[in-house]
Structure formats: C-alpha cells, structure tokens
Ligand binder design. Structure first.
Ligand code: ADP
Ligand code: MG
Ligand code: MG
Length: 251
C-alpha cells in the first residue's frame, strides 16, 4: 500500500535535511508503529506523507498503491484516502466542528464520485461516531479545536478519521496528552477501523499506546532514517532499555 524508497527531504525555508534516506513499506491491513526519540523526524515524515509544502523531497519516492504521490497536493492525497491525525491539531476559529465535518465528508465523497449525504444521515453518522469516542455533543457546536483540552483535540482527530474512512491512517503521537481512560477510548476507535484494506501508521514516543493498538511491525526512526525494524517485542525492549542501545548501534 505504501512504499517509501530512499526518501530524502529538507525544510523548504532553510534547506536543512531532516529525512535522510528513509525506507519503509506498509502492507494493506497492517498496523505499523514508528517510534523514536524526540526530534528524529517522525512528525516531519507525517507532514511529507500528507503533502505539506514546507518540506521539499530532494531524492527518493513515495509510492501509494504503486503510484508516486509526490506531485499531488494535500487535498488530492486526502481524496485518495490518506489521512493524518496531527500531533498538534490546529485551532480553526469561526468554523463549527459540525460544519467542518460536513464539508470534509462531502468533499471526500465528491472525490470518490459519491452523492452528498442527506442532513439526517450526516447527523446520524456524527452522533454515532462521537458517542463511541465519548465526545460530548456540545463540543461539536464549538469552533474546531478552539479551547478543546489536549484530550478533546485528539478525540476530534480520531472522530474525523472515523467519519472520513481513509485507507492509510497516520496517527502522530495521538497518545500524548491523553490520560489512560481517554487512551483506551481512542485506541478502541482506531481498532474499530482495522480492516484488511486499510493500514494504520501509529507514530509514538512511548510503548504505552501499543498495549492497546497492537502493531504488526515496529520501526525505530532516528536522525531521519529507519535504524531498526522488528515486531511488537521491539517496542517492549525500547520501553525497558530506552533508545540508547539502538542509537549506539546505528552510530
Ligand atoms: P519528532 O516528531 O520525531 O519529534 P520532528 O519531525 O518534529 O521530530 O522534527 C525533526 C527535526 O526537524 C527537529 O530538529 C525539528 O526542530 C526540525 N524541524 C522540523 N520541521 C521544522 C521546520 N519547519 N523548521 C525548523 N525546524 C524544523
Ligand atoms: Mg517531537
Ligand atoms: Mg513529532
């Protein structure tokens, strides 16, 4: 589903290289965890997958279902089913969450050649998905992310993901700022989306989330490269020993 080949990317503004020869393959149905110390390039990788233009790819390629997506803008990538749940969700004053969801869902449907949802059907889906994530309906009337707590922002990201039904989901540190109850609710939301034709990339600094969203593969990202790959036991090893050994081996 996703094949990243020898990817090099830099910050457009000042040319600093952040991703330095990264290789990664993700199969349909796979839950893939990317771990790594702060500053290793995890968020940068997620932005590059989503097509944010503050970064330039200088070498290598990103293939999605066999086709390069490098020339596609974020909207085109989203239309193809790529979704990013942000580490730091952006506040959008003046746009009610409900209105945002309606536009996002209908744009997605348009891109897939499907008819707009009727208002009752839209409301039914939003109510159903928010109830599962234990989101207070009053929150949906408020401007998107404005004044939301850290945990509410993360739940709002997963709500968007559940409603848009993407094929490739990238979750950037969705666990940060969540207490254990919220973590379980969010993990249940992600697990409910598991399907043979969908892949999830879970970016996390800590092993804790992976007790609830169990990964098929675990990769360690360090200085813009994948320096180690394993199964879920690698995450436990990192939890026990920290990143020092792996960083030492990589150096
Ligand atoms: P992680 O998510 O693994 O903590 P990031 O991808 O956020 O790491 O950052 C990787 C490195 O790139 C950090 O040193 C960060 O400061 C730097 N960086 C990323 N984006 C920018 C940017 N737009 N401007 C300046 N520095 C950036
Ligand atoms: Mg970080
Ligand atoms: Mg980050």
């Amino acid at each position: 589903m996703l094949e990243i080949k020898n990817l090099h990317a830099r910050i457009a503004e000042d040319g600093t290289e952040i991703i330095r020869g990264l290789n990664l393959t993700v199969q349909p149905g796979e839950i893939c965890a990317i771990m790594g110390p702060n500053g290793s390039g995890k968020s940068t990788l997620s932005y590059i997958l989503s097509g944010r233009d503050d970064y330039e790819v200088t070498e290598g390629d990103i293939l999605y279902n066999g086709e390069s997506i490098l020339d596609l803008n974020p909207a085109e990538r989203a239309a193809k089913g790529i979704f990013l749940a942000f580490q730091y969700p952006v506040e959008i004053p003046g746009v009610a969450t409900m209105q945002f969801l309606k536009v996002a869902m209908n744009e997605q449907r348009k891109a897939r050649g499907e008819a707009e949802l009727t208002t009752p059907e839209f409301i039914r889906r939003v109510k159903d998905a928010s109830a599962k994530l234990q989101i207070n309906p009053d929150m949906l009337k408020r401007p998107l992310n404005v004044g939301f707590s850290g945990g509410e922002k993360k739940r709002a990201e997963i709500l968007q993901m559940a409603l848009l039904e993407p094929k490739l989901c990238v979750l950037d540190e969705t666990d940060s700022g969540l207490d254990i109850d919220a973590l379980k609710i969010v993990a249940d939301g992600v697990n409910a989306l598991k399907s043979p034709d969908r892949a999830v990339i879970v970016i996390t600094h800590y092993q804790r989330l992976l007790d609830y969203i169990v990964p098929d593969t675990v990769h360690v990202l360090y200085k813009g490269q994948i320096v180690k790959t394993g199964d879920k036991s690698l995450a436990l090893e990192l939890e026990a020993n920290g990143y020092a050994d792996i960083i030492g081996e990589a150096a």
